[in-house]
Design a protein around this ligand. Structure first.
Ligand SMILES: [Zn+2]
Length: 495
């Protein structure tokens, strides 16, 4: 019982402080069970060696506690050294406990258990007391056609954080024009952060407006849209499509109940990787796996490669929305998609201080090349009777525009973050305009498949920048003025 509390404490502590990071909380049980079994094995071993049972239990609790908290040491030295220190610590506790007798050992066990339970309660209280700022999420709705006359399979693949071609050439001096049979189109994201941008693509409108906040309950609403409760999926389901959702391992990417087929992320999703990253195996884990997003991204692309050709050949129309969490940082993949771990490559932003910006940008471009090669390979597996769309929700942030508290984005900041990758393979030229706003992209595709003249009572196309809100993880949006859009030669509608 005491050992169970200790084994559950390590993952529970992280879960309690980040409940929204765990789309699959049941996976935590596996981690807790493994820790419990290690502790049980250790205490049985010590008892078998002749140690008092209470002293063995105290030592096992120390072992489990140390296993779960020596991530930093593992990172600084190596996994082997961290394991050695952990075993030495547990052995020391065993020796002390047996030296001072059973009642001392019992005291240690009880003190540890009280500490675990108290600190869990404190984390839980602190987390629930955190203030939330919210906006209401309601997409302005563009008009959709009545019905589709053509129903090809539609594969919509989100490549998270893949910069647009113009940003790549003007900011990164990189060139990725080899898109095979796909058409590269200049595209603009409407929101600079993933959940809002993807929600706008799937709602085919603008779920948030000027001054609105992205965070707290608003973020939960956007995540639900991203996960299948959206207009695009509803419309396609009403047209006889079988709907598939491929999770990315990012906590806001999960399958809602409205999805017919769910492809779960691999086991090491954002939450589980976050737990294991605190443990003794951190160094080994990072060197082999990179990050949750690295592995989940590769997993999602492999799933698409293995399954899209089969979906293409059956008679049911399929809609697949796949979230792929790369090439978004951390920057742990080289151009051949092998993990290349160094500490400076970690972090969720391209920007990580002026001193290493050149290295970070180069590493970002390597990861982009890895994803571009996978994209090209996948496009060759899908016949052009299906619609295959690779889009990104936003670009990079190498001048730190996503970390600022002020809305002081320059034209270059906007270009880098909002110019987004879009590569399309479609039977007819359903997306033949020179420039596309991602929020309107799928509506245009649906009109194209309806064979009707589109209802062009378009709303004004919008782009928002963001600034962080102090003492919270939320952002506030600001709409770009017509003049700011003109300065970037973005086709703005008069406002
Ligand atoms: Zn993103």
């Amino acid at each position: 019982m005491f050992l169970l509390v200790a084994a559950a404490f390590i993952p529970a502590r992280i879960y309690v402080a980040n409940t929204d990071k765990f789309p699959h909380p049941e996976r935590i049980l596996v981690v807790a069970a493994v820790l419990f079994l290690i502790g049980l094995f250790w205490s049985t071993l010590l008892t078998w060696c002749g140690l008092d049972r209470m002293a063995s239990l105290a030592s096992a609790i120390a072992l489990v506690g140390l296993l779960g908290t020596t991530g930093g040491l593992s990172e600084e030295t190596s996994t082997t050294i961290a394991v050695a220190v952990t075993v030495a610590g547990a052995t020391t506790v065993a020796l002390l406990a047996s030296r001072f007798g059973t009642s001392f050992a019992r005291f240690l066990v009880r003190a540890a258990t009280v500490f675990f339970l108290l600190s869990l309660t404190v984390s839980w209280v602190l987390d629930s007391a955190r203030p939330e700022v919210n906006s209401s999420v309601e997409a302005s709705h563009s008009t959709l056609p009545e019905t589709l006359t053509s129903r090809p399979d539609i594969y919509l693949v989100l490549l998270d954080g893949f910069p647009g071609a113009r940003a790549m050439s003007e900011i990164y001096e990189a060139d990725l024009t080899n898109s095979g049979s796909m058409q590269l189109t200049e595209a603009w994201a409407s929101y600079p952060m993933t959940i809002a941008s993807v929600a706008s693509v799937l709602e085919m409108g603008y779920p948030l407006g000027d001054g609105d906040v992205v965070g707290g309950r608003t973020a939960d609403d956007l995540a639900r849209i991203m996960s299948g409760e959206n207009r695009l999926l509803d419309f396609l389901a009403s047209q006889g499509y079988r709907t598939h959702q491929v999770e990315s391992g990012y906590s806001s990417s999960f399958c809602s109940t409205s999805v017919d087929v769910c492809v779960e992320s691999q086991f090491l999703d954002e939450g589980i990787f976050g737990i294991l990253d605190q443990t003794v195996i951190r160094r080994e884990l990072r060197e082999r796996m990179g990050s949750a997003f690295t592995q989940s991204g590769l997993h999602a692309m492999r799933w698409l490669g293995a399954n899209l050709p089969g979906l293409t050949h059956d008679t049911t129309p399929d809609f697949v929305f796949a979230s792929v969490a790369i090439p978004h940082p951390p920057l742990l993949l080289d151009r051949d998609c092998s993990v290349d771990y160094e500490f400076w490559r970690v972090g969720n932003s391209v920007f990580a201080g002026e001193q290493i910006i050149e290295e970070r940008r180069a590493a970002y471009m390597e990861q982009v090349q890895c994803v571009a090669a996978m994209e090209l390979e996948l496009s060759q597996l899908v016949p052009d009777t299906s619609i295959l769309i690779f889009f990104s929700d936003h670009g990079g942030d190498s001048s730190g525009q996503m970390s600022r508290y002020e809305h002081d984005w320059t034209s270059t900041d906007v270009l880098e973050r909002m110019n987004a990758h879009l590569a399309v393979q479609a039977p007819a030229a359903c997306l033949d305009s020179n420039e596309v706003f991602l929020s309107e992209m799928m509506r245009d595709v649906l009109w194209c498949l309806s064979g009707d003249e589109p209802d062009l009572s378009r709303e004004d196309s919008q782009i928002f920048t963001a600034s962080r809100i102090r003492d919270s993880s939320s952002y506030r949006l600001r709409i770009l003025s017509g003049a700011e859009m003109e300065a970037l030669s973005i086709p703005s509608v008069s406002r």
